[in-house]
Design a protein around this ligand. Structure first.
Ligand code: NAD
Length: 468
């Protein structure tokens, strides 16, 4: 069994089986059997079933929030948003798939031939989720995969399996048996067994680059379809024309949401040299005033980090920066009197690109701020990262905005309003972040196979056949 701990109190709040190859074998067999019928369920009927799941998700919100609050730790309002964002893709993909289309092409022999492009389900999909948004990121895979007619085996993170199990049990038990299953366990056991299983046609995973590489090294030689949403080092750029006060509010939100444990957290800020001191002062005042506490407690702005290795990494990055000459303006240590994996919201100045905190994913409540000379320099710095997930710009100048969104090497750009999602549009990254796109039409297409049918309606031999 794997014990699940509350990261704010370190109490054990549940346990799940550490499953492996044997349980995965059984799950894949059940999933393959279920696919034989599920693929022929009409898109309209599947849509109704997914709408029902969305309604049940919303109705289960209170219980799911309680579980998420204990195993993951984000503040209550963020948990409530997560449940809402978990239900919405079920509705969105129900409708998108209901309106799914292939194509009929002009053919070489228009009187007697048809060319059809079909969009078909693949079969068994393994959906592997991380711990930072356990339900939301599961839903971004489960909803399109099921809507497309696949069957799904979902593996939650071993750190946050409890809300996921409850979600699937409560909200999907009206689906035919085997269509959606959960396996629990460690990545290197349950996760790896799913990736290796020849009966699994596709692996959709959100997580770190290292895990993405481990999965790709197994799945690529098997020619499995891979859908990898990996880490980032997102930059937040304040343009010279931006209002510093509003920019700071946006930056504090983008850097501190979920204690900085968002794949698109603002992990480095570039500001005009002339505005640097004002922005740093305002930022220190804003984030220094955030209240740390248990996610389920009233008045909490910031929960804990997920575990000891998570906090160790943040401490290592801050210590490395300070050793290389950076200065902590606020935060930079563990708070007193809180038993969990807390770390104070932190602002650093005097940073440069030799420091891990400016180049590696920190995944914590830290905002290092660096001044730039001109916007071209800031864009070059954005692009110097091996990651390519998102980037934010604060500006109202059209020329600056256009230059920024044209030139930055990322999959998601926010102008002025960071970290918003729109279910009708794709989310994802490029470069080492992996090329997958979730949400939008792209997020459904990822779970469909394309088949081109060449159909001659006659059975007459052709004059280009043998003998010439
Ligand atoms: P992780 O890579 O440690 O784990 C992700 C999942 O993969 C877990 O379920 C884990 O058990 C599983 N896993 C681990 N090793 C495996 C293996 N060898 N084979 C199969 N499965 C395996 O990531 P995490 O710590 O849970 O999540 C944080 C990371 O996720 C960060 O790097 C963050 O940037 C990234 N992330 C990316 C996005 C995005 O959309 N790009 C969104 C959220 C989080």
């Amino acid at each position: 069994m794997i014990e699940v701990r509350d990261p704010a109190t370190l109490e054990v709040v549940g346990s799940v089986p550490a499953q492996g190859a044997a349980e995965v074998d059984a799950a894949v067999a059940a999933s393959r059997a279920a696919f034989q019928d599920w693929r022929w369920v009409s898109a309209n009927e599947r849509a109704d079933l997914l709408h029902e799941a969305a309604g049940r998700t919303a109705a289960a919100a209170d219980d799911l929030v309680g579980l998420l609050g204990r195993e993951q730790g984000k503040p209550r309002s963020e948990q409530e948003e997560e449940i809402e964002w978990t239900a919405t893709p079920l509705r969105y993909y129900a409708e998108l798939a209901r309106n799914g289309r292939g194509r009929v092409l002009p053919s070489g022999e228009p009187r007697s031939q048809l060319n059809l492009v079909l969009k078909q389900p693949l079969g068994v999909v393994a959906a592997i989720a991380p711990w930072n948004y356990p339900l939301l990121l599961a839903s971004w895979k489960v909803a399109p995969a099921l809507a497309a007619g696949n069957t799904v085996i979902l593996k939650p993170s071993e750190l946050t399996p409890l809300a996921t199990i409850e979600w699937v049990r409560r909200c999907f038990d009206h689906l035919p048996e085997g269509v959606l299953q959960v396996v629990t366990g460690y990545g290197a056991q349950a996760g790896d067994a799913l990736v290796r299983h020849p009966g699994v046609r596709m692996v959709a995973m959100t997580g770190s680059v290292a895990t993405g590489q481990a999965i790709a090294s197994v799945a690529a030689p098997m020619m499995k379809r891979l859908h990898l949403e990996l880490g980032g080092k997102d930059a937040f750029v304040v343009a010279p024309d931006a209002d510093p006060a509003a920019a700071v509010e946006a930056l504090a939100y983008a850097g501190m949401l979920n204690a900085g444990q968002v794949c698109t957290s603002a992990e480095r800020a570039y500001v005009p040299a002339a505005l640097h001191d004002e922005i740093v002062d305002r930022l220190a005042a804003t984030v220094g005033g955030l209240r740390l506490g248990h996610g389920l407690a009233e008045g909490t702005d910031l929960g804990p980090l997920i575990n000891a290795p998570g906090r160790d990494k943040v401490e290592r990055h801050v210590a490395d920066a300070v050793a290389r000459g950076a200065r902590v303006v606020t935060g930079g240590r563990r708070p007193e009197g809180l038993p969990g994996w807390f770390y104070e919201p932190t602002v650093l100045v005097g940073v440069d690109h030799d420091m891990a905190i400016m180049t590696e994913e920190t995944f914590g409540p830290t905002i290092p701020v660096m001044p730039y000379r001109d916007i071209g320099e800031a864009i070059d710095w954005v692009n110097a990262s091996p990651y390519g997930l998102g980037a934010t710009l604060r500006s109202t100048d059209p020329a600056t905005i256009k230059r920024f969104y044209e030139e930055v090497e990322v999959g998601t750009v926010w102008i002025n309003d960071p970290l918003t999602d729109n279910y009708a549009g794709p989310f994802g990254g490029t470069k080492m972040t992996g090329g997958a796109r979730e949400l939008g039409e792209e997020g459904l297409d990822a779970f469909l196979d394309t088949k081109h049918v060449h159909w001659d309606l006659s059975d007459r031999p052709k004059d280009w056949w043998y003998p010439y």
